[in-house]
Design a protein around this ligand. Structure first.
Ligand code: C5P
Length: 246
């Protein structure tokens, strides 16, 4: 049975102080750096809950696209967050998402949603609400591994362990192309690389929750690493840090 972690119009959130999880591990980094897969596998190894925060930005983006609103109009975007019914559930290998009762888990990964996510990502009030939800998610759990762009810098500044994954843009484009092909789509490497670089720029240059490593993050270049190699490195850092703490 999937674990449903939130179901709401976003305006029904309770803004209270939460007791945080005992172990919070954040993994930030640009698109294609390997953070989603690594976070999922690390969470599994540690028996922790896994949170894919990009899926939240994607879900709101898709809801706005479906409603045909002007994506540059912040009030309209906030209106969508308040009136749509979102449901996020944790499955074994991904976060499943429903909007108004319809499963959109596959749709939120489309290149159009990916390209439009920057609007919601640069909307301060929307980010505030999403970050609050992420904290609420952590509050109900003992151990979490959460991945995104601002998890170590904004959402969980006091996280126990922070990672920042990076990789060469061409390698990141190759990974995205393989993912796209696995889902039956295709795009030239050139086009994917350009989209990735545009997304990097937009993620790094926005004024709220910009993509950057936290000062206390462990930075890992995954360009020449297999996914197992990345998870191995993460695990050995986690063991080291937990040993230091105790
Ligand atoms: O990680 P993913 O590619 O699914 O994220 C989609 C988009 O959502 C990113 O390009 C970024 O603009 C936004 N995002 C964000 N902050 C997060 C997670 C995702 O701004 N914590």
């Amino acid at each position: 049975m999937d674990e449903v972690f939130c179901q709401f119009p976003f305006n029904r959130l309770l803004f209270t102080k939460f007791k945080m999880a005992d172990l919070i591990i954040t993994i930030d980094g640009p698109a294609g750096s390997g953070k989603s897969t690594a976070a999922r596998l690390l969470a599994r190894q540690l028996g922790a809950s896994f949170l894919d925060t990009g899926a939240m930005y994607r879900a709101v983006t898709l809801a706005a696209m479906q409603a045909g609103v002007d994506m540059s109009d912040e009030d309209k975007l906030l209106g969508i967050m308040e009136t749509s019914e979102f449901q996020f559930s944790i499955t074994d290998d991904m976060m499943a998402v429903c909007i108004n009762g319809t499963d959109v888990t596959g749709q939120i990964r489309s290149p159009q949603v990916t390209a439009n996510a920057r609007y919601i990502a640069s909307c301060p009030k929307a980010r505030e609400k999403l970050v609050e939800m992420q904290r609420q998610f952590a509050a109900g759990r003992q151990k979490i591994v959460t991945e995104g762009r601002d998890q170590g810098t904004v959402a969980f500044k006091d996280a126990d362990i922070k990672f920042y994954l990076m990789a060469d843009p061409t390698e990141r484009a190759r990974r995205r192309q393989a993912e796209l092909r696995a889902r039956g789509g295709d795009q030239s490497l050139e086009k994917i690389r350009k989209a990735i670089e545009d997304r990097d720029k937009s993620d790094q240059n926005r004024t709220v929750g910009p993509l950057r490593p936290a000062e206390d993050a462990v930075i890992i270049d995954t360009t020449d690493l297999s996914i197992d190699g990345v998870v191995e490195k993460l695990l050995s850092c986690v063991k080291e840090k937990c040993f230091e703490k105790n």
